[in-house]
Design a protein around this ligand. Structure first.
Ligand SMILES: [Mn+2]
Length: 441
C-alpha cells in the first residue's frame, strides 16, 4: 500500500470515527417518551423498595456474530423502560436509602461509559440522580450493598450457558446469586422482574402511541406482502416486502424474527426460516411485528397463496375469526387471561375445530413482544394480543384430507379500556373478502 493510499485510508477512518460519534450522540436515548416520564418510572420503582433494599439493572452486552462483527445491539427492556438509554455497558442502581455520592445524597445512580456520560449530561437527562463512569461499578456496588438486606437484580435473561468442555449447563444466575450472598452477609438476591413487570403492564399514553406507530408500519408491510403474494413466490420474498415497509416507516428492528409459514410450515408456531417456495392452493401464515423506540407490534394474518380461499380454508378461517371476535367481545377489566383462552376454545369447538388450538391466545405486548406483566386479571391500560388459531396436523383422522397439514392464525393487538377493548390493528385487512380484494391489487 502506498503512503498516499494509507493517508486516504486514515482520513477515511477518521471520518468514520466522527460519524460514529455523531451516531452515538443522536442514538443514546430512545425517543417518544419524555424524560419526565422516565423519571416518574424511576420514582415509582423506588416506592416499591424498602430502606434496606437495592435494585440493580444491567444492560445487555454486544454479542459476537463472527470474527470482529457483533450482532445488532438491542437494550435490555427493564433498563430501557427505566432510562431510555439505548447503549451497551450500562447499569442503573436504585437504593431504598440514600447514599452519598460526589458529596450529595442520592437514590438513583446511572453508570455508563465516558462518551455516553458526556452525551447524557449534554442532553440534560437523569437529573433526578447521578451519572458516573461505569468503571466505578465495583466501588458503588460495595457502597450500596453494605448493610442491604435484599438485592433485586435485573440482567439480560441468561438462565444458563452450556459448558461444552464438561458437557453440562452452568447456571449463571445461580452462581451470581451464591457469590453475592457469600460476599455480603445477610443479603438475599431476588429477581427485579416481577416488580418492574407491575409497572410495565399498564401502558401510558406515549407508550400506546409508540405501539400504534409500530402497528401502522406492520400493517403497511402486511398489505404489501398480500399484493406480492402468488404461487411460485418464496416465503422470504413476503418477509422482504414486510420488512421493507417497516424499515421505510422508521422501525429500528423487527420485534421478533418474522414468521412466514406456508403450507406445512403454517403448522409451526415459531417458524422463521422462511425459505420455502409457495404453491397454488396453500395458506401462508404471516406473524410479524415492527419495533419502534423499543415498542413492538405483533400481528398475524393468514392468506391464501392464490389470492382466493378454498372452501376448506374458508371454513377454518371463519371459525378462527369467529373465535377471535368472541374473545375481543369479552375483554374488559376484571376478565382473566384464562377466560380469554376458554372463550376461544369453546367458540372453536362449536365449529368443530376446538381440538386444533394448542396455545394460549393472549400475551402482554410492549417493550418485549411477550411483554412483562401479570397474567391473571386484565386492567385498563394493558395492551394484549388476541391470537387464536387452528392447526390440523397431517396425521389427523377426523377431518377430510383437504383440511389436513396446514393451519390458520389471526392476531390483533388490543388495548384494554375502562369499558371494554379497542383493537389497535383494526385497519389491517382481516375479513375474508377484504383479504381477497387486497390481494387482487
Ligand atoms: Mn403474539
Amino acid at each position: 500500500m502506498s503512503s498516499l493510499q494509507s493517508r486516504t485510508v486514515m482520513r477515511r477512518a477518521g471520518f468514520i470515527v466522527v460519524l460514529l460519534a455523531l451516531a452515538t450522540a443522536n442514538a443514546a436515548i430512545a425517543a417518544g417518551i419524555s424524560e419526565q416520564e422516565f423519571a416518574r418510572r424511576r420514582t415509582d420503582l423506588l416506592q416499591m423498595l424498602d430502606s434496606a433494599s437495592v435494585a440493580v439493572f444491567r444492560s445487555a452486552d454486544v454479542k459476537q456474530r463472527s470474527a470482529d462483527t457483533g450482532y445488532e445491539f438491542r437494550q435490555e427492556s427493564n433498563l430501557l423502560y427505566l432510562t431510555g438509554v439505548t447503549e451497551p455497558v450500562v447499569t442503573l442502581v436504585q437504593v431504598g436509602r440514600p447514599v452519598t455520592l460526589n458529596g450529595s445524597p442520592t437514590r438513583r445512580i446511572l453508570l455508563v461509559q465516558p462518551e455516553v456520560l458526556r452525551t447524557l449530561t449534554a442532553a440534560g437527562v437523569f437529573k433526578d440522580g447521578v451519572i458516573v463512569d461505569v468503571a466505578k461499578l465495583p466501588e458503588i456496588l460495595n457502597l450500596v450493598l453494605a448493610g442491604a438486606s435484599t438485592l433485586y437484580l435485573s440482567a439480560p435473561d441468561i438462565r444458563f450457558v452450556n459448558d461444552w468442555l464438561n458437557d453440562r449447563p452452568l447456571f449463571v444466575d445461580r452462581d451470581v446469586k451464591r457469590e453475592l450472598e457469600r460476599r455480603h452477609d445477610g443479603l438475599k438476591v431476588k429477581s427485579a422482574g416481577p416488580m418492574v413487570g407491575k409497572l410495565r403492564e399498564i401502558k401510558s399514553e406515549s407508550e400506546i402511541a409508540l405501539i400504534k406507530k409500530s402497528i401502522a408500519a406492520t400493517g403497511e408491510g402486511i398489505v404489501r406482502a398480500m399484493k406480492l403474494c402468488k404461487p411460485g413466490v418464496y416465503e422470504y420474498e413476503l418477509q422482504a416486502a414486510i420488512e421493507f415497509e417497516m424499515t421505510r416507516q422508521g422501525a429500528e428492528y423487527v420485534g421478533f424474527p418474522s414468521i412466514i409459514g406456508s403450507g406445512p410450515n403454517s403448522l409451526i408456531l415459531h417458524y422463521d426460516k422462511n425459505r420455502r417456495q409457495m404453491g397454488r392452493g396453500e395458506v401462508v401464515v404471516m406473524d410479524v411485528g415492527a419495533e419502534m423506540e423499543g415498542y413492538s407490534a405483533d400481528v398475524t394474518r393468514s392468506i391464501p397463496v392464490s389470492g382466493k380461499f378454498t372452501k376448506e380454508q374458508r371454513d377454518v378461517y371463519a371459525a378462527v375469526l369467529g373465535a377471535q371476535k368472541a374473545v375481543i367481545k369479552i375483554i374488559r377489566p376484571g376478565r382473566t387471561f384464562a377466560d380469554l383462552d376458554r372463550t376461544a376454545k369453546s367458540s372453536l369447538e362449536k365449529s368443530g375445530f376446538g381440538r386444533y388450538l394448542n396455545h394460549g391466545v393472549s400475551h402482554h405486548l410492549g417493550l418485549d413482544t411477550h411483554d412483562a406483566g401479570g397474567i391473571d386479571t386484565l386492567k385498563a391500560g394493558m395492551v394484549i394480543t388476541v391470537e387464536p388459531g387452528a392447526y390440523v396436523p397431517l396425521s389427523d383422522s377426523i377431518l377430510a384430507p383437504a383440511y389436513r397439514g396446514w393451519g390458520v392464525r389471526i392476531e390483533d393487538d388490543v388495548l384494554v379500556t375502562d369499558s371494554g377493548a379497542t383493537v389497535l390493528s383494526s385497519s389491517i385487512p382481516k375479513e375474508l373478502q377484504e383479504i381477497e380484494r387486497t390481494m387482487r391489487r
